[in-house]
Design a protein around this ligand. Structure first.
Ligand SMILES: *Cc1c(COP(=O)(O)O)cnc(C)c1O
Length: 463
């Protein structure tokens, strides 16, 4: 056996042992830091021993994200086809920035691009940048928007920067995801400068009349950012109305659809995204509903020229490009890059169009079941209309009670649920998006939440 043989066998054995074991998180970050931080290795070590040590050191400190009862954040489960393809990506060691230097990777990514546009039913001549996630996908889309709206106003932001540029008005729904503001911060538009457009109280959907009122007085370049899949409620902005308003005012229309855009891949849920096809750009994730390994996101832009204008990296030593060639690095911020299209390609081919549709639909059915079971327990309030895969609930108006239930649930370890502040109170959030989750997992999890809530009530002095 060669050394590589032994190392890969070792990694495979460790990986399988982990995947097959019951997953529990027993060590927090501070415990891990204490265990792992060590002096700089002055001399080398045997690679096999290093891999064994890596596994030993991290034991107990791995979050249960690939397990069937992780609902804490919107995270997929790194499914087998994507995982295996991702191993090959590392083994091949390709720099997927250029089509000439990594021909197979560039072609696979191009195929995945076409399949994604087809499955998400977006304009087929749109371009997709394969990014690290939806945050960078948002930033990439917004950079394309910045190029287009400023070029149209007679200013080239990519050549000349933003100092002295005409101001771009940015309008964002008040319940947008934090990463949209991070993206605005990154591209020089500022996170506080954005105009927040009111959203409705229960679901966090942008109110079209508020958008009209906010945009009407503005002149000059404009950008409207909508949302498909609010992080707490899972709901969708009214895209058709928003599009009519934004277009009447000449704005670029972007949507953050990190997980919600996948409703479009499912015939029974597609109506939730009606009107979104008329947008200019769409950001979504691979590592959420598509279950790719981390990290994977998609910046989808209808105006390919604008995207290339914003992202193209120029240097004389880089390979020349023939007319019509797709240069992967010109669609994303990076030059050297991982072949992120490969696990995407493998998962799309493994699931197929109907497999993706069924996966998304199944999660939404499971989510309704979860909410329904919880709603029968006195004191538990389901706060959102469950339209997708998100449940926002609390245990009465006292945030401390909700925090206590979350702490107890996390400690009991049957499932993982997190919390958030929503409408002035603390809530429990549940995101049902992992491929391995079954009905039995949902029932077991609902029972565990109810048991934790009863225990919290029994322990409270009033009870
Ligand atoms: C997860 C998420 C993001 C950020 O995506 P990353 O992949 O974590 O960068 C943005 N918007 C929404 C609605 C999300 O759920």
């Amino acid at each position: 056996m060669t050394q590589l043989d032994q190392l890969l066998d070792k990694a495979k054995a460790h990986a399988l042992a982990y995947r097959q074991a019951e997953k529990t998180l027993t060590h927090d970050y501070h415990a891990m830091r204490t265990r792992i931080m060590a002096p700089t290795p002055e001399t080398g070590a045997d690679a096999g021993a290093v891999i064994d040590e890596l596994v030993r050191l991290t034991e107990g400190g791995l979050q249960t994200t690939i397990g069937p009862r992780f609902y804490g954040w919107v995270m997929g489960a790194s499914e087998p086809a994507g995982l295996a393809a991702d191993w090959l990506v590392s083994a091949w060691g390709q720099n997927a920035g250029y089509q000439n230097t990594a021909p197979a990777m560039a072609a696979i990514e191009q195929a995945a691009e076409a399949w994604l546009l087809d499955i998400l039913d977006l304009p087929r001549d749109s371009a997709i940048g394969f990014t690290t996630g939806a945050t960078i996908a948002n930033a990439t889309c917004l950079a394309a928007a910045r190029s287009r709206v400023l070029l149209d106003a007679g200013w080239d932001p990519d050549a000349d920067g933003l100092f002295g540029a005409p101001p771009v008005h940015v309008l964002v729904g008040a319940d947008a995801h934090a990463s949209v503001f991070a993206a605005l911060q990154l591209i020089g538009f500022g996170r506080k400068r954005a105009i927040l457009v009111d959203a409705d109280k229960t679901q966090g959907r942008m109110l079209p009349e508020a958008l009209e009122a906010a945009i009407a007085p503005l002149s000059g370049p404009k950008l409207v950012i909508a949302q498909a899949g609010q992080i707490n409620t899972g709901d969708f902005d009214p895209f058709t109305e928003i599009a009519a308003i934004a277009k009447a005012h000449g704005a670029w229309l972007h949507v953050d659809g990190a997980f919600g855009l996948w409703a479009r891949a499912t015939p029974s849920l597609k109506h939730l995204t009606a009107g979104i096809e008329s947008f200019d750009s769409w950001a979504t994730d691979g590592h959420k509903w598509l279950q790719t390994p981390y990290d994977s996101g998609f910046a989808i832009v209808r105006d390919k020229e604008a995207l290339l204008h914003a992202m193209t990296n120029w240097a004389s030593y880089l390979p020349t490009v023939q007319q019509g060639d797709r240069v992967p690095s010109n669609y994303v911020p990076e030059l050297s890059r991982r072949a992120r299209g490969v696990p995407v390609w493998a998962l799309l081919k493994t699931y197929g169009r109907d497999g993706v549709a069924k996966l998304v639909e199944r999660h939404c059915t499971l989510t309704r079941r979860f909410a329904e079971r919880l709603s029968h327990e006195p004191g538990i309030r389901i706060l959102n209309d469950v339209v997708l895969n998100q449940i926002a609930l609390d245990f009465g108006a006292d945030s401390e009670a909700t925090k206590a239930v979350i702490a107890r649930v996390q400690h009991d370890g049957v499932l993982y649920a997190g919390g958030a502040e929503w409408r002035g109170n603390w809530i429990m959030r549940l995101s049902i998006i992992s491929a391995p989750t079954t009905e039995a997992d949902i029932d077991m999890s609902a029972d565990a939440i109810i048991a934790a809530w009863r225990a919290v009530q029994a322990a409270s002095p009033k009870a």
